[in-house]
Structure formats: structure tokens, C-alpha cells
Ligand binder design. Structure first.
Ligand code: 4AD
Length: 466
């Protein structure tokens, strides 16, 4: 019985380690707890010292109340602390619980004069962006990263629920799926006088799309997807292009028409957004309040409305009938530019819109020829969204061996893609798929202007910090 007493005594004394989100949930009131995190505010008063501590588990910080003799000059904005004490109900309505500290230990100091962020100050995104190693300590960026994490979970959960098999497509590849010449070459770094032999024996690149590898797998699993880093050597500093971004790609076999793809694109957009709005309500609200006021109403409208669909030819007609002075040409056969996408989205009432059946010559070799159309088009589709432009690009794939062989011959790729022709020789099936730019998706649902603010470590031309 002495031992039991000792254990009881020990249990009472050992504080339970909690995350801030668990502490503020209110389910541990009266418990002796320990939290670890970073100080977001320090407010010494005559008798008491008030701190707010955040550990990244929630947008909210936990209020700590301590006697003023626990004040320590090292206890500053930005320092890391460990606090133990009693979790109690707070008399303050805004903050339902508070931690009455009996011990505060500064784990890591932070000189507030050198720290780039200032207490209670709202910093401009351009300023915050200069500190990729510290910006996760700001409210807005930590919210963004929690949302990003939940959106990732939402996408995987969508595919799992709908019977897709996840494929880890390679990052290093010998093909240029899009044929747009935006490849980063991969070579080992060798001392200058080393033997000049190619590591892979063939030219190798960072992937611009996992599509062709997914097409291989769709020939065995019917429904497959991949979600990983994708690389494009685009010499662009635009607010919607990165050199490294994440792409969600799906490939479906036995497709009948382009509607089989638009249905999945719309479904994944809506179900992931609903999930994120529910799981990250507070974090999302922060964006909709401070970054994009009014955006939440737009999203609610999108979620309850069927996305309109128009053909490329209809889009060109709409552009030509408008009274806008576009910079780029709007003739049939020209690629749609950002200004055109923006106009089309506005024309449809500021809602995501599908544009289908693009001119055949604008699309890569794999796109299916719409032979029954009077104009020469491919069964391709883009999803254009307000504020961002193109969010998804997809197509039915040319599954007919003769047509594909002719096309590959025309572009001089018949030998390099003999394995791709094999897929049409051995159990070929009508199939199609699409890619969704994950960062553009986050921009779209949060109303974030610049793509560099929705990825932890942005890479773009002339910039590879850290
Ligand atoms: O339209 P894209 O180039 O399509 C493909 O790569 C297809 N092979 C995908 C497939 O069918 N499996 O790219 C798909 C999406 C774009 O709509 C855009 O959202 C995003 O990827 N994207 C970029 N996002 C950020 N930075 C860039 N440089 C991007 N390039 C494309």
C-alpha cells in the first residue's frame, strides 16, 4: 500500500503534457499540465504576468497567468518556453481556459530586437516572405500550413473513398510528358576531370508530370492517382507559377467521354473544400477575414452550384463578342491567355468553369483526336477558376494505336515512346486523366494572391532560398 501511495503521489505531481489545442478544448480543466511552445505575447502587470503561448497545434494561443515574481528578462516575444501549472476556467469570456503557472522555463531565448517579427504587428506578406526559415511563426503562415496539411489529407481521403490506387510515380524520369521544353536536367555532381559518362546512360530530368507513369498503371488498376512534387523550368516570376509545385494527378480507365473527367475534377474540388472548411474553420476564417474579405460567400456559392462547361470554340466566340481590348489575339487556334481566362470566368458569374475541346495542335501528343468534330480539336479540358485562372488540365488519351503512332512520328518521338505504344498494343482501353495544381487550389479557396505564399519553401527563377 506504501507503493500505491507513492505512485499516486507521483501521478499527482507529474504534469500531463498537452498540446495547446488540447488545453484550450476545455476537457482537461483542473489538471496539472505541461505545455511547450513559443511566446506570442508578454504582458507584465503589477501583481501578475500574462503570456500567450502557441505551439502550432491551433491558431489560438494559451493564456498563461503567473505571479510577477516569475517574470524573467529572457521571457520575451518569440522565445521557447515550457510551462507547468493548473489548467483552470478563465473569468475572461474570450479565453475560456488559462494556465495558472507554477513553473515557467525559458528553453530557447529570442532577442526581440533581432527577431524580424514584432509583437502584435501585422506584417506585409512581401516582408514575411523574406524569412522562409521563420515565417511559420506568424499566425497567417502557420494557419496556411495547417490548412495545407488538411487539404492534403482531404485529397488522399477522396481518392481512397472512391477506389483509386495511389502510385508513387518517379521524380527522376527520362520523358518530357508535356513536350514544352521546361525540363530540369539531372546529373551527378562530379569533379571536373572525372570520367564524362552519363549516370543514367540516357538524359534524365525532374518530372514535369506523372501522367505517363499513371497511364501505365491505369492499364492494370483502372483508377490511379499520384500527388507529389513536380518541376518546371519556367522562367517566370508570376504570381501563379513555381519551379517546384505539387500536382494531384488522376488517371481513369474505361472512360466514355470528357464528362467522366469533369465529374471527378468537380467532385474532388468540392469535397476537398468542404473538408477543409470543416476541419480548419478558424484558420480559414483568418484568411477570409484579413486576406480575402467576402471570399467565403463566393466559395459557398461555388459549392452549391454546378460548374458550367463550354467548348473552346464557344469561349472564343464569347471573347470575340465582348467589348474588351485584349492584348493577345482571340482567333480560333490561339492559346487562351490569362486575360482571356479571367474574362471567361467573369462571364460565367465568377465561378469555376470548364473549357473543353481545344484545337488539336495546342495539345501534347497524347491528347485524343476528336475526329468527329468539324474543327480539328482534341478531347482536352481545363478548369478555370476565379482569381487564379487554370487550376486543372486534362484530356482523354489517344488509345488508338494507328493514330498515336502517326502522331508520335509527326513529332519525332516514335522510338523514344515505343513503350507507350505498347500500352496500346496490349489490352488498350479508352482512358483519360487530369492534373490539378495543389498550390493554385490553395490560392483559389483562400483568396491568396501570390502562389509563393501557399508553399513552405517556394522555388522560382532566381530564387532558391534555404
Ligand atoms: O496543364 P498541365 O501542364 O497538365 C499536365 O501536366 C498533365 N500532364 C496533367 C495530367 O493530365 N495528368 O498542369 C496541370 C496543372 C495546371 O492546371 C496548374 O494548375 C498546375 O498544374 N501547374 C502549375 N502550378 C504552379 N506552377 C507551375 N509552374 C505550374 N504549371 C502547371
Amino acid at each position: 500500500s506504501r507503493r500505491i501511495l507513492c505512485i499516486r503521489h507521483y501521478c499527482k505531481k507529474t504534469p500531463t503534457k498537452l498540446r495547446v489545442s488540447e488545453a484550450i478544448s476545455g476537457s482537461n480543466l483542473g489538471a496539472n499540465i505541461k505545455i511547450q511552445g513559443w511566446v506570442r505575447s508578454v504582458r507584465p502587470q503589477k501583481k501578475n504576468l500574462f503570456l500567450h503561448v502557441n505551439d502550432g497545434s491551433s491558431l489560438q494561443s494559451l493564456q498563461i497567468i503567473a505571479s510577477s515574481d516569475q517574470n524573467d528578462p529572457l521571457l520575451t516575444f518569440g522565445c521557447a518556453v515550457e510551462v507547468t501549472g493548473l489548467l483552470k476556467q478563465s473569468p475572461n469570456q474570450k479565453q475560456p481556459v488559462e494556465l495558472e503557472a507554477d513553473k515557467i522555463r525559458v528553453v530557447g531565448e529570442c532577442n526581440p530586437l533581432d527577431f524580424p517579427f514584432k509583437i502584435k504587428e501585422r506584417h506585409a506578406v512581401e516582408y514575411i516572405r523574406q524569412f522562409p526559415h521563420l515565417r511559420c511563426r506568424t499566425n497567417a503562415f502557420s494557419s496556411l500550413l495547417r490548412i495545407r496539411s488538411e487539404a492534403t489529407a482531404a485529397i488522399h481521403s477522396y481518392f481512397k473513398k472512391n477506389g483509386f490506387v495511389q502510385i508513387h510515380t518517379p521524380i527522376i524520369t527520362s520523358n518530357d510528358c508535356e513536350g514544352a521544353g521546361e525540363l530540369f536536367a539531372v546529373q551527378p555532381q562530379r569533379p571536373e576531370n572525372d570520367v564524362d559518362e552519363k549516370f543514367f546512360s540516357v538524359p534524365a530530368f525532374l518530372t514535369v508530370s506523372g501522367q505517363l507513369h499513371l497511364e501505365v498503371m491505369s492499364g492494370a488498376f483502372s483508377k490511379v492517382y499520384t500527388f507529389g512534387p513536380t518541376f518546371r523550368a519556367e522562367n517566370s516570376q508570376s504570381r501563379r507559377h513555381l519551379a517546384e509545385f505539387y500536382m494531384v494527378e488522376a488517371e481513369l480507365s474505361f472512360t466514355q467521354s470528357i464528362e467522366d473527367l469533369t465529374e471527378v475534377m468537380e467532385d474532388i474540388f468540392k469535397s476537398s473544400t468542404e473538408y477543409v472548411l470543416a476541419q480548419c474553420a478558424e484558420d480559414v476564417a483568418l484568411f477570409h477575414k484579413h486576406v480575402s474579405p467576402g471570399h467565403r460567400d463566393s466559395i459557398d456559392y461555388w459549392l452549391r452550384t454546378k460548374f458550367p462547361v463550354m467548348t473552346y470554340s464557344e469561349a472564343v466566340d464569347i471573347l470575340n463578342r465582348s467589348s474588351q481590348n485584349f492584348v493577345f489575339p482571340t482567333e480560333w487556334g490561339c492559346d487562351l491567355q490569362k486575360e482571356h481566362e479571367k474574362y471567361l470566368v467573369k462571364h460565367c458569374g465568377n465561378i469555376p468553369v470548364f473549357v473543353t475541346d481545344y484545337p488539336y495542335d495546342l495539345k501534347p501528343f497524347y491528347a485524343r483526336d476528336n475526329q468527329d468534330h468539324p474543327e480539328h480539336t482534341a478531347a482536352a479540358v481545363d478548369l478555370l477558376v476565379p482569381g487564379v485562372g487554370e487550376l486543372c488540365g486534362g484530356s482523354l488519351r489517344e488509345e488508338r494505336l494507328d493514330l498515336l503512332r502517326t502522331r508520335l512520328e509527326e513529332v519525332g518521338l516514335e522510338d523514344a515512346y515505343s513503350w507507350y505504344l505498347d500500352l496500346r498494343r496490349f489490352g488498350s482501353i479508352p482512358h483519360g486523366g487530369f492534373g490539378l495544381g495543389f498550390e493554385r487550389y490553395l490560392q483559389c479557396i483562400l483568396g491568396v494572391d501570390n502562389i509563393k505564399d501557399v508553399i513552405p519553401f517556394p522555388r522560382f527563377s532566381h530564387s532558391c532560398l534555404l
